[in-house]
Design a protein around this ligand. Structure first.
Ligand SMILES: C[S@@+](CC[C@H](N)C(=O)[O-])C[C@H]1O[C@@H](n2cnc3c(N)ncnc32)[C@H](O)[C@@H]1O
Ligand code: SF4
Length: 470
């Protein structure tokens, strides 16, 4: 029977304390960080030598521009200077097309691949819709150069202020067939404090515009933000469901000091005076408060029959034919290759066996990326990483678990020649995950199935149980 209540995350942490990550340390993502580093030349050579005939492939384009900068933002982006929107968006369209052309010239295999998804993200990719000439050129470049599958999923990511009726229509005319919109909160005081540039009223209007397309779309929400509570967060989720949002993504606030880590801007609430004031007011949620928000949100979602696939993406029944978006099925469940363009973008080519995969990480500094593109003719790669053997299996298991899809024992035997239940180091990790109830055996014993308990802290579980395998 389908559970109707969220697992108790605080009890889970008491049983498995290594999964506890406090508010100001939290900055998880599921990028695999072990494996041998490749310099840009070696990474480029690996890409050139790769073959991918008729294999599924995904494309990601990173538009690193925003019309406001949110305090918590972890992504590579730059504020568009006032009055310079057309110019800046045209320039970045040119750079993305030029990078893609460099790939196309080097990697013959790209023209034989089967592109199953294209994701335009950022930053704020939907700002492109404000400059139709630029948006048109990027879409035409993609259509003219890549073999898109007939049901290729093309996602446009943006904010409520980008999804007015005209922009949504333009995106559909250009070929977008899925949308992702960052909302974060429906409480104006929460979003104002985070420096979001849209009201909840505008958000509701944008949801209406996206709903009218009849296409799937998702709304991103962040829990654990200053001035949020379990009551207000779960009321937000309820409202989104009432408005007919097909997929709701819930992220825990990553509050690790991004400025100190050189990966983003500093949140105003991480300045000592502001932080102390918020804590004194009881307005800066603790780890326990943060998880109470998630649990309250999950109770609402389960009560309305939403289900998370991949982990933390909750979809209404019937939203996707196979239960999850193309991008997630291929990217997370199957770990198909993904080529990513733009500053800070990261992709990988995957041979799908013990020979493993090569990650490609682009230059993350926007100025360095732009400079590289104008002064060099190589790919704007910062470094690569080769992941083979046990690590390739571990990285694949981690993605499969993140997909929140059955992990077929036969698949790992066929793909890597390993028996997950008998061969170390996998057997010990799987036994521990079964023991804690993060996965369970299917009735026929053929699969390991991630549970809602495993979903709740999947990033921490991936880090402690899977990425650590050597
Ligand atoms: C590529 S980002 C931004 C997309 C879009 N520009 C926007 O602001 O909605 C995608 C999502 O990552 C999430 N995100 C960004 N920074 C985060 C952080 N520090 N902690 C948790 N989630 C974050 C937000 O939910 C955001 O919508
Ligand atoms: S959250 Fe979105 S709009 Fe805000 S700074 Fe980050 S990418 Fe830009």
């Amino acid at each position: 029977m389908t559970p109707t209540r969220s697992p108790d995350i605080l009890e889970l942490l008491a049983n498995d304390p290594q999964l506890r990550v406090d508010r100001d340390d939290y900055n998880y993502n599921v990028t695999y960080t072990a494996g041998s580093e490749l310099d840009p030349g070696q990474a480029e050579a690996s890409l050139q030598g790769f073959t991918c005939e008729q294999e599924a492939l995904h494309l990601y384009f990173h538009v690193p521009l925003c019309s406001y900068i949110c305090h918590y933002c972890n992504f590579v982006k730059r504020l568009i200077p006032e009055g310079d929107e057309t110019n800046a968006l045209t320039q970045w369209t040119d750079l993305l097309i030029e990078e893609s052309n460099r790939y196309l010239r080097r990697c013959e295999w790209l023209r034989q691949a089967r592109v199953e998804s294209v994701y335009l993200g950022g930053g704020t990719a939907a700002l492109l819709l404000n400059v139709p000439e630029a948006a048109n050129r990027l879409f035409a470049h993609i259509r003219d150069n890549y073999p898109l599958s007939t049901d290729c999923e093309i996602t446009m990511e943006g904010n409520p202020d980008n999804f007015g009726a005209d922009n949504v229509r333009l995106a559909m005319d250009l070929g977008a067939n899925r949308f992702s919109m960052g909302v974060q909160s429906l409480q104006d005081e929460v979003n104002e404090f985070a420096n979001r540039g849209h009201s909840s009223e505008l958000t509701v209007a944008a949801i209406g515009n996206l709903g009218e397309t009849g296409r799937p779309f998702n709304v991103d929400m962040i829990y654990g933000q200053p001035r949020q509570s379990a009551e207000s967060f779960s009321a937000d989720i309820e409202r989104l469901i009432d408005l007919g949002v097909p997929t709701v993504t819930m992220y825990r606030l990553r509050n690790n000091d991004r400025q100190a880590l050189a990966i983003g801007n500093r949140a105003v609430w991480n300045n000592e005076n502001v932080r102390q004031r918020l804590i004194a007011e009881g307005a800066f949620p603790s780890l326990e408060d943060t998880y109470r928000m998630r649990m309250a949100g999950v109770d609402v979602l389960l009560g309305r029959e939403y289900w998370p696939a991949p982990a933390c993406w909750w979809s209404a029944p019937g939203t996707y034919d196979e239960g999850l978006p193309h991008l997630s099925k291929s990217k997370w469940e199957r770990y198909d290759s993904m080529v990513a363009f733009g500053p800070g973008a990261y992709g990988w080519v995957n041979s799908g066996d013990e020979h493993g995969l090569v990650q490609i990480h682009n230059l993350g500094n926007i100025g360095q990326y732009a400079n590289h593109m104008s002064t060099e003719d190589s790919l704007p790669i910062s470094f690569g990483r080769r992941i083979t053997g046990v690590r390739a299996v571990a990285a694949t298991l981690a993605f499969n678990f993140k997909a929140n899809q059955p992990m077929s024992l036969q698949r790992y035997a066929d793909q890597f020649g390993v028996n997950l239940l008998n061969d170390e180091p996998f057997a010990g990790a799987i036994e521990a995950m079964l023991g804690h109830g993060y996965v369970e055996r299917s009735d026929d014993g053929a699969d390991l199935i991630p549970t809602l308990l495993g979903e709740a802290l999947h990033e921490e579980i991936i880090s402690c149980y899977l990425h650590s395998l050597e």
